[in-house]
Design a protein around this ligand. Sequence first.
Ligand SMILES: Cc1cc2nc3c(=O)[nH]c(=O)nc-3n(C[C@H](O)[C@H](O)[C@H](O)COP(=O)(O)OP(=O)(O)OC[C@H]3O[C@@H](n4cnc5c(N)ncnc54)[C@H](O)[C@@H]3O)c2cc1C
Ligand code: SF4
Length: 519
Amino acid sequence: MTGRIFQGKDLTASQTIEADVCIIGSGCGGATLAKQLSAAGRSVVILERGGYYTEADFDQDELNMNGKLSSNRSLKSSADGGTLLLSGNNVGGASVHYWADTYRTPDDRLAHWAQRYGLTGHGLAELAPAWTELDGVLNVHRADEDHHNRMNQLLRAGAQKLGWAGSAVPQARRGCVKSGHCMQGCLYAAKQSQLVTHIPQAVALGARLYADVQARTLQFQTGQQDKVQSLLCDVMDRATNRPSGKQLTVQAQQFVVAAGGYYSAPFLIANGLQSRLPALGQHFGMNPTAWAFGLYDEDIVLWRNIPAAFGVEEFRLARFDAAKKYTEGGYLLMANQVQPGSLAGTMPLLGDEIGEWMGQAKRIGSTIIWLDDYEEELGTIGVGSDGSPKVEYPYGPVTQAMLRDSLKKQVTMLFATGAKKVLLGSAQRILLDKPGDLSAIDSIAITAGGLFMAAPHPFGGCRMGTDPKTSVVGMNHRVHGFSNLFVADPSVFPTGPSVDPSFTIMAFSYVAAKHMLAA
Ligand SMILES: Cc1cc2nc3c(=O)[nH]c(=O)nc-3n(C[C@H](O)[C@H](O)[C@H](O)COP(=O)(O)OP(=O)(O)OC[C@H]3O[C@@H](n4cnc5c(N)ncnc54)[C@H](O)[C@@H]3O)c2cc1C
Ligand code: SF4
């Protein structure tokens, strides 16, 4: 039986529906799981709070598309206001505006998860077969020469010159025409997001997806507080982003929270689970990122072709000396991609500088890093007074040192590749006109408003483990103490995967599907 995608406007009255499995969230975690369970014959309902947008809606306008595809128009920040929390709010989740870098979790990180956090069933033996299959589904391949824009070519040349290890980025694309609008939704259906892969595949296998439907309240079987019976949801009015007054109730045998790193733990907290699971909302990280800009004597055109074709892997793992003092690294270094409007908005320029830089916008280059959160300085995620996620992230001393080191390496890279001036995204507006003295970076305040930061890769809050006092889900992705409630997204990661997370999330969903089918 073929399934269907329903939108809020199709739901003219409140109603109750039934399924074997109800999945909250249609991103990499939820959509992959839905495809796997549908293929095994389960009747699946996927709930997605955001709208259903397709190629017909992708107008390549950065402001329009940010409003449609990004949670809170990318303006939601951590509790201190310092870090922008970036995630998806549409069918396909963040994958619709992601960059499609598709790294397998490095062996060293899988080994660390097994050794320090006791993870079982999530090693190479279990994940590699999933990745092999997913390679085909998403057409994962290393970026070829044609898909290296000038910034990526410079990054590769710079890495060679500086002796920094790096390689072409594995990425999920098919027939990419190099438009540079990955973050606005791919008009050409070339980026292999969940919208064009697992969602249509799951629907073809019978899954029903409800867009504009926000999961709200878990309802438990009378006298059985360990078993979810149904889920009460609000049908959202897309124009106002508020509940329309209509409700959808889903009755199912199994329920899965796959609402993404910024929403899964808060959903469970809002449903009262924290009193039984003290680790809920703890151990939260988000790969905070800081970036740098360079002004070149040649055209760079940051906003064309794919964002990340070459990645510097030299500093992926943080290094510590014999006394366990941090020395350098702990991040992936990449070319940045921003459309002209966002470029103007993220550079801290004043007065004549605005004309000087934006007047030659094509010549602006930029780099960015994904910080591998230091596991001793993770934060928490909860629910704010307005009901939205509340992220408290400490930016501890090692994290600060990592960010400063990443800025120094970015400046070094930009000058090594011919930048004439380098500008950092700090409130002090550090503008350097020659390589060499980087001591100004040591005084950057890594606080709210001190350094502009964004965080596109949330994880944790529902950490996987065996002890209900220190973790939230078991190795089978089932929430401790509940017989039919599961989590399938990066909320379960014990730490960040040390590379972009989407491929780890998808492979974990393969493992979750196996356990749910066996339950
Ligand atoms: C700009 C950007 C670029 C990125 N680039 C890359 C990259 O190149 N490579 C990579 O690996 N990763 C990248 N990422 C990260 C990656 O996209 C995400 O980690 C991944 O897509 C997350 O998948 P998910 O299923 O955990 O969550 P999401 O994709 O966030 O999906 C969760 C979905 O649940 C919905 N939801 C939340 N609460 C509810 C509720 N109560 N009821 C119903 N629905 C709900 C949300 O609207 C959302 O659509 C990028 C992220 C961003 C923001
Ligand atoms: S660069 Fe390629 S993948 Fe990205 S939006 Fe354009 S065609 Fe799609």
